[in-house]
Design a protein around this ligand. Structure first.
Ligand code: PNS
Length: 168
């Protein structure tokens, strides 16, 4: 069965990587679909987000990274996907995700959403938090490694740091 894991991934975090690793074990194939939303101003371009995702999952064989725009269920129907995978960190996530799951089922015919609970190590992390850490927390210094490395891949940490250095 083909699963889809949609998201903004601005940028991918180790929480997403944990979810993708676990989801890919349940599916024959996992499509990771990055939302290209013209109404949002992401920090990373769609190409950068896909590039960081591809690097983060390079050791997992059955994952395809792609982009989509518009309605998720239009994309799932086009690709013949019947399962949407989403992670839940807490009850707040559940409230919004349960709503999305219902509307996606309504709009997409047979499409079901399955939820995996975030692993405890990643139950607090979000893309927004890592962007803030990159913007305000000091990078590696005096033999102490970059705090970002607890939450993102080395490549994502490097690209995040370079963004804020050039902006700074
Ligand atoms: O990583 P995010 O920002 O939590 O991901 C949200 C995402 C991309 C899964 C959601 O916004 C989405 O599916 N957007 C596409 C438009 C759509 O289909 N919306 C749902 C209608 S009920």
């Amino acid at each position: 069965m083909i699963f889809i894991y949609p998201g903004s991934f601005d940028p991918v975090t180790l929480g997403h990587v944990d979810l993708m690793t676990r989801g890919a074990k349940l599916a024959d194939k996992l499509i990771v679909a990055v939302l290209d939303n013209p109404h949002k101003q992401p920090l990373f371009s769609i190409e950068e987000r896909m590039d960081l995702l591809r690097d983060a999952v390079k050791d997992i064989g059955n994952i395809e990274v792609t982009a989509f725009s518009g309605l998720l269920t239009r994309f799932t129907n086009e690709r013949g996907v019947s399962v949407i995978l989403r992670g839940l960190r807490d009850g707040e996530d559940y409230i919004s995700e349960a709503r999305y799951a219902w509307f996606n089922r309504f709009l997409g015919g047979d499409v079901e959403t399955i939820f995996l609970p975030a692993s405890p190590a990643f139950s607090q992390v979000s893309s927004r938090i890592v962007r803030e850490i990159a913007a305000y927390a000091a990078p590696a210094q005096d033999g102490v490694s970059d705090p970002l490395l607890q939450w993102v891949t080395p490549k994502t940490a490097a690209v995040l740091r370079s963004k804020f250095m050039t902006k700074g």
